[in-house]
Design a protein around this ligand. Structure first.
Ligand code: SF4
Length: 549
């Protein structure tokens, strides 16, 4: 320093940056309990212990890290002990919430099930899961009341027909979403099924991707029909002017408590290259993803820090070793992508899409659907990310027979708008994180609304969630409901919801707005939705056609 320079005020020492726990930083010291148990033993290894020890010695033989940790790698979560009030959820230790039974999630990537697979799930449901079966918003079927003693026989039955529960839960590549109408939709750009199958074969159950910072969700579809904006990685059908049909690449979407929509990398990916590019994106997540805080670990947080340009550069330079061609954006159609109703396939047959409230079916219903599909169609069935069920390949002469058969099972191909637009997560019935009841509540509200407003005919989505985790997508519904304890007029703490309004995906994708202060008790829900629907109808009537909105 010279005499003429002013003396500097000594700077405060910079606050030490906390390590993110990213493996790429070179230090793999585990920074939270999940990272500890994952590093101690790969989650995939628990399968052998389940078959050889826990299934023989019973629930009490399972140590905590396996029970509440690694068993997820095989689709098994302990379910909530019945009778515990939702208001106590946050105050109890995990072991106090644990029942001695499990939820088992069965992978059905792309939502595709053959006749044999549907019957296998139905038989497992009836023989080992008290007849339960719920279609989740990830195109899986979830069974409840499963005992660890039954798992070897359950896996034997599932795997005999090509199903599995491998990495159905846990910090892994979860079930891959695919269009439920892949290969049959007249307007699909490309059928993504071969890419889904290649990823399953090459990478699911592969230890190189079985210890991720958090879960990793994938969507591959030739149509923008499965919510590509809310997945960690999505490949959406698009036609490149030179290369032809392929996929637009999106990265970094996810909902939960910090919702973010995915972003385009601006790159075009051919069908053949999807598995390699998928492996590059998940590789970035494994190596650079944050592993210190669980609630900051999803890929969306890395994407928010890097931005799409840097992400693409790292993908190309460090993981693919080549540049991807630039590509056009996906064209978002104006049609409704919930797959419900009777629709002509490109081969002249029809698919019949049915609405069921909150995805709830049963082993008996699945058996009956299999019988219908075998007798009157090809036997192929698909599940949707909207918790709906489709029967494919129905010839014209059998359509009304299948419709009548499905309706008799409570699966409605011509549902009310309320039934069509509702989704509900697992909720208080089985989920240890839940604060409120969801599926039964949704069914009751739909039935009441159908009675009160029988002619209501506008699309209206209502997503009922038992807690802030948003498994049924609070932030992308017209009416998104986040379960919480609220105070009623009598000053009592009761089940209720924070209301979010105006979320959607597709052409006008945007996250819903939390209406500050708008909390309703669960008992007020029907009245509230009725008011919203009625006001909508009145305003629509009051706006003459052609008027500026
Ligand atoms: Fe459970 Fe909450 Fe997810 Fe519902 S949103 S399934 S209550 S974690």
């Amino acid at each position: 320093m010279t005499d003429t320079q002013p003396a500097r005020t000594p700077r405060k020492p910079a606050r030490a940056q906390k390590a993110t726990g990213a493996w790429a930083d070179g230090d793999r010291t585990p920074l939270n309990p999940n990272e500890v148990f994952k590093q101690a033993d790969d989650g995939l290894n628990v399968r052998q212990r389940i078959e050889e020890v826990y299934a023989k010695d019973g629930f009490d033989s399972i140590p905590g890290d396996d029970l509440r940790g690694r068993m997820r790698w095989w689709g098994l979560y302990t379910q909530r002990k019945p009778g515990i009030d939702g208001g106590k959820t946050a105050t109890l230790a995990p072991e106090e919430l644990d029942d001695r039974y499990f939820m088992l999630r069965v992978r059905s990537d792309g939502g595709a099930l053959s006749l044999e697979q549907l019957r296998a799930i139905a038989s497992v449901s009836n023989d080992f899961a008290r007849g339960t079966a719920d279609i989740s918003d990830r195109q899986n079927i979830q069974l409840h009341w499963v005992e660890v003693e039954a798992m070897p026989e359950i896996w034997r039955r599932l795997e005999a027909v090509g199903l599995s529960s491998t990495e159905a839960c846990g910090d892994t590549p979860r079930v891959i979403l695919g269009s439920p109408v892949a290969g049959i939709a007249a307007d699909e750009v490309i059928d993504g099924t071969p890419a889904i199958e290649a990823i399953l074969e090459r990478y699911i159950g592969d230890p190189q991707f079985s210890n991720l910072p958090r879960k990793f969700k994938t969507a591959i579809s030739g149509l923008p029909d499965i919510g590509h904006e809310i997945n960690d990685v999505s490949f959406v059908g698009v036609v490149h002017p030179e290369h032809g049909p392929g996929f637009d690449l999106w990265v970094g979407g996810g909902l939960s408590t910090n919702p973010m929509l995915g972003q385009r990398l601006g790159a075009w990916v051919s069908l053949e290259d999807v598995p390699e590019v998928w492996a590059g994106v998940i590789g970035i997540f494994r190596d650079h993803g944050y592993r210190r805080l669980r609630n900051r670990a999803r890929l969306k947080f890395l994407m928010a820090d890097w931005g799409p340009e840097k992400f693409r550069q790292v993908l190309q330079d460090d993981y693919l070793g080549r540049a991807l061609p630039d590509g056009p954006p996906v064209v978002l159609g104006g049609r409704r992508y919930d797959h419900v109703g009777i629709h002509r396939q490109k081969d002249g047959l029809s698919w019949i899409g049915t609405a069921l409230v909150g995805g709830r079916v049963s082993g008996d219903i699945l058996h009956a659907v299999a019988d219908l599909a075998e007798t009157h169609a090809s036997g192929r069935v698909r599940l949707t990310p909207h918790q709906k069920l489709l029967v494919l390949d129905v010839p014209d002469e059998h359509v009304e027979t299948v419709v009548a058969g499905l309706e008799a099972l409570g699966l409605q191909p011509r549902p009310s708008e309320f039934r069509r637009g509702v989704m509900a997560c697992t909720g208080l019935e089985y989920c240890k994180l839940a604060i409120v009841e969801t599926k039964a509540r949704a069914a009751q509200v739909v039935a009441e609304l159908e009675e009160r407003l029988p002619t209501f005919d506008a699309p209206l989505t209502m997503h009922v969630n038992g807690c802030p985790n948003s498994c049924a997508r609070t932030q992308i519904a017209d009416i998104g409901l986040k379960g919480m304890v609220v105070t009623n007029e009598a000053g009592e703490s009761v089940e209720g919801f924070q209301v979010h309004l105006g979320g959607s995906l597709g052409a006008e994708a945007g996250l819903s707005r939390k209406t500050r202060g708008l909390k309703i008790t669960a008992d007020e829900l029907t009245d509230y939705v009725e008011r919203v629907a009625t006001r909508y109808t009145e305003q629509r009537v009051a706006t003459p056609a052609g008027s500026p909105e």
